[in-house]
Design a protein around this ligand. Structure first.
Ligand SMILES: [Zn+2]
Ligand SMILES: [Zn+2]
Length: 406
């Protein structure tokens, strides 16, 4: 909503070309409508500032500059690394009401995009607006067509789904971690095998047949338009790309998840986020995912030298990366303790999910089962849980597994 209200501050040219949907005439109404969001994000001062600018104050031009540097405009914000890279964060609606940060890294003779959105209409619209703002507000010679590289942080659809469009419309070469590359290059295979693995996992978790069919339909729905996409470069931990940006492999949330170190700034994608603890998946569905890998990657990130702040794949900047990492690790330790105490009597993964998150609807139901499953799996791997109905499991072809504290 704030992004829309900031449309009132955009130059005519951007509004004409890419930003007409922001409708600056109704900007002040949009501010009034955004009360809930403002309360949640605690940005009252920013709204006051924006209100003054939109209604036209005395020293507007200078004030606009200050506002622009502090908050950016219409979802585009500029950061600078100590090594002189300009990092533009662009808010992109990749799925309805799901916002990703896509980063454009401008350095001497180099233009790199970090993630490319989902490729859906709203995602392409916001990305085009982002580039228009970078050009016309921040005076940067940035063109989507002329990118050198697009680095995909990991193979989740909101981060890579736009790769087909990118390869069609831009000269950018595509770089992906070697463990995630086949999701792009053998997409049909990956989607089919992953849904089979999910089906088996959910069955063992205790999800009834009819409900599993609905979940599977949801899992594959928005993704079917993607066509297999060859990758130009496979990345590994420790590689450098572009003007010496460093690849840090951090499996856990996703097998091939990578952070990119741009001088003193770490782009963390979905490895570390400012407010949300990144979603976890059981290794039983996705090898190299799971809590063991995630904890290991968190401590690896914590030890990185020379990082002053971090920018995530969603939400706000992370000003104190180590404190945030500690908070996330603690959160999962607490959650593990809770799961363990729930399993003082025998529980399926679905029962743990229901007790932990309540009766979730839609895609959130899949997320709840995955998240609970990742915690149960970790405790089981450590020998802190055991299978409670082993005889039944041994005798049945498609057993539902119950776990209990050992
Ligand atoms: Zn992700
Ligand atoms: Zn994400």
């Amino acid at each position: 909503m704030l992004r829309r209200a900031e449309g009132a501050l955009l130059p005519e040219r951007v509004l004409g070309e890419e930003g007409s949907h922001l409708d600056p005439r109704s900007a002040l109404f949009k501010l009034a409508e955004s009360k809930d969001e403002v309360a949640e994000l605690g940005v009252e001062a920013r709204v006051r500032q924006l209100n003054e600018l939109a209604t036209g104050g005395a020293e507007t031009a200078a004030d606009r500059r200050v506002y622009l540097e502090q908050h950016g405009i219409a979802g585009v914000q500029r950061f600078r690394s100590q090594g002189g890279a300009r990092i533009y964060s662009m808010s992109v609606e990749t799925f309805p009401r799901h916002i990703n940060n896509i980063y454009l890294l401008m350095d001497a003779g180099s233009a790199i995009l970090f993630d490319c959105g989902s490729g859906l209409d709203s995602s392409r619209r916001d990305l085009a607006l982002g580039f228009a703002i970078v050009r016309d507000v921040f005076d940067e010679p940035a063109r989507y067509e002329d990118l050198d590289w697009c680095i995909i942080s990991h193979a989740h659809f909101d981060h890579f789904g736009g790769a087909n469009v990118l390869k069609r419309e831009s000269g950018a070469r595509l770089a992906v971690h070697e463990l995630d590359a086949r999701v792009l290059s053998c997409f049909a295979e990956r989607l089919i095998i992953a849904s089979k693995d999910c089906d088996v996992y959910w069955r063992r978790a205790g999800v009834p047949d009819a409900e599993r069919a609905v979940l599977l339909e949801m899992y594959t729905a928005a993704k079917s338009a993607f066509r297999p996409q060859e990758v130009d470069r496979l990345l590994r931990d420790g590689d450098t790309i572009g003007p010496g940006y460093k690849v840090v492999h951090v499996p856990g949330h996703c097998p091939g998840l990578l952070c990119l170190q741009v001088h003193d700034v770490l782009l963390t994608s979905d490895h570390v986020l400012a407010r949300t603890t990144p979603h976890q998946f059981p290794q039983a569905i996705t090898p190299f995912a799971g809590l063991e890998h995630y904890f290991h990657s968190l401590s690896k990130t914590r030890k990185l030298e020379g990082v002053n702040f971090a920018l995530g794949g969603h939400e706000e900047p992370i000003w104190d990366l180590r404190a945030r990492i500690d908070a996330i690790a603690l959160f999962h330790r607490d959650r593990l303790a809770r799961v363990k105490s729930m399993c003082s009597s025998a529980r399926t993964v679905l029962e743990v999910a229901l007790e932990m998150f309540g009766n979730q609807e839609g895609y959130s139901r899949i997320m709840a089962i995955d998240e609970a499953g990742a915690h149960v799996e970790y405790l089981h791997a450590l020998g802190q849980l055991r299978i409670a109905n082993l005889e039944e499991v041994a005798g049945a072809r498609d057993p539902v597994i119950q776990y209990v504290v050992r």
